[in-house]
Design a protein around this ligand. Structure first.
Ligand code: SF4
Length: 380
């Protein structure tokens, strides 16, 4: 397939692997921030082909996984109301709340609809002026601009029956929190390329300098990831800690000024709790006062929720890179994509889902990164 096959070329991959093997002299721990990168790494067996001692720690960059439980419960509460049409991307429907998920609400008669764009939800609001239409606005800097644009449009067009349930998160404060953690083992980051397409590189040099950690902006195809790893280990071996852009075909230093302007108009930065991780200061966005009337939390007054996490689920440890998914006792037994205990098993970007999809038939050793190199899914 043009534009994709070029980035999984086996000969180029071999050369990058050779370069990485020739560069590395000691163990290093790198974190790929985004769940899309995690899936690419596990799918292609990249972690198993790296030099012994190079560990890829899977980061918290899965938007579905980090959406806090109380926000899921608020979504369930709002979606259950008879006057509401609740619109969401499909991957949120199976995310477990305290006792049920959006599929269950739908089966109980709730009007829950899967849409492919927030603008679809706005159109539904126009078509149903006597109903309240809510869009579940979650995600990182990647999904925040279109959601901001939709609220902007709602205000401009005077569509008063539309609102957004907001749970947007920002990557740089999460990197800061990971580096400040006493358990942190991360020595370099592969930053999420699509986030930087929107936000540019401006937030990273200060982080790299303060934590003395290399940050390499990396794409999602196998060769993109290998190039990110190659640059990161080169910096580590040389004792450097700079910001590098290994994804220049999509990322420019300034990002997208238009998207940033829309974010600045519609949202304001706020503290945000990350599911499984906890509160991270200034790590989220909420609607700014000028758009507060479009905030579903205010409109429906869903406060004082009592939340209850599964006692079996260890997704918090997975999201912080403290364990690999197959080290959770419930992995593949009581927790599967059909019956997930945690969001990391549901999402198409979740680490548990990646291991279930590509590694569940591997031996326990081969499922991890430090075990045997047998059973590798090779590139090409
Ligand atoms: S395998 Fe399931 S129960 Fe275990 S951490 Fe992952 S989502 Fe949670």
């Amino acid at each position: 397939m043009k534009y994709l096959d070029e980035f999984s070329d086996p000969e180029l991959a071999r050369r990058l692997f050779d370069d990485i093997h020739a560069t590395v002299t000691r163990p290093w721990a790198l974190m790929e921030v985004c769940g899309g990168q995690t899936h690419s790494i596990i799918r292609h067996g990249i972690d198993q082909l790296l030099p012994e001692g190079i560990e890829l720690i899977h980061g918290p960059g899965c938007p579905v996984c980090v959406t806090p439980l109380d926000t899921i419960d608020k979504a369930l509460e709002i979606a259950s109301r008879p006057d509401v049409i609740f619109c969401s991307f499909g991957d949120m429907l199976r995310v477990p709340g305290s006792g049920r998920d959006l599929f269950k609400v739908k089966s109980e008669g709730g009007d829950v609809r899967v849409v492919y764009s927030p603008l679809d939800a706005l159109r539904i609001a126009q078509q149903n002026p006597d109903r309240q239409v809510v869009f579940f606005g979650i995600g990182f800097e990647t999904t925040a601009p279109p959601n901001a644009m939709t609220v902007y449009q709602a205000k401009k067009l005077g569509i008063a029956n539309f609102s957004l349930l907001v749970s947007h998160v920002r990557v740089p404060p999460a990197i800061d929190a990971i580096m400040n953690s006493p358990d942190c083992r991360v020595q370099a980051f592969l930053a999420a390329g699509h986030v930087c397409t929107v936000m540019g590189l401006g937030e990273y040099p200060e982080l790299a300098e303060r934590h003395r950690v290399p940050i390499v902006v990396t794409g999602f195809e196998p060769l993109d990831i290998l190039e990110g790893i190659r640059r990161a280990v080169r910096q580590l071996e040389a004792g450097e800690h700079t910001v590098e852009n290994a994804y220049p075909r999509a990322v420019q230093a300034e990002g997208s000024p238009a998207a940033q302007a829309m974010l600045a108009d519609v949202f304001e930065v706020t503290d945000r709790a990350w599911r499984g991780i906890g509160m991270i200061p200034a790590s989220g966005w909420r609607l700014s006062p000028a758009y507060r009337q479009y905030d579903a939390e205010y409109r429906f007054s869903v406060t004082g929720m009592h939340t209850e996490e599964s006692t079996e689920c260890r997704s918090g440890e997975v999201l912080q890179g403290l364990i690999k998914p197959h080290e959770c006792e419930a992995f593949g037994t009581t927790c599967t994509p059909r019956n997930p205990l945690g969001a990391t098993m549901v999402s198409s970007e979740g680490a548990c889902a990646a291991y279930y999809l590509y590694r569940r038939l591997a031996t326990p050793d081969a499922a991890g990164t430090a075990g045997t190199r047998e059973g590798v899914t090779s590139l090409g």
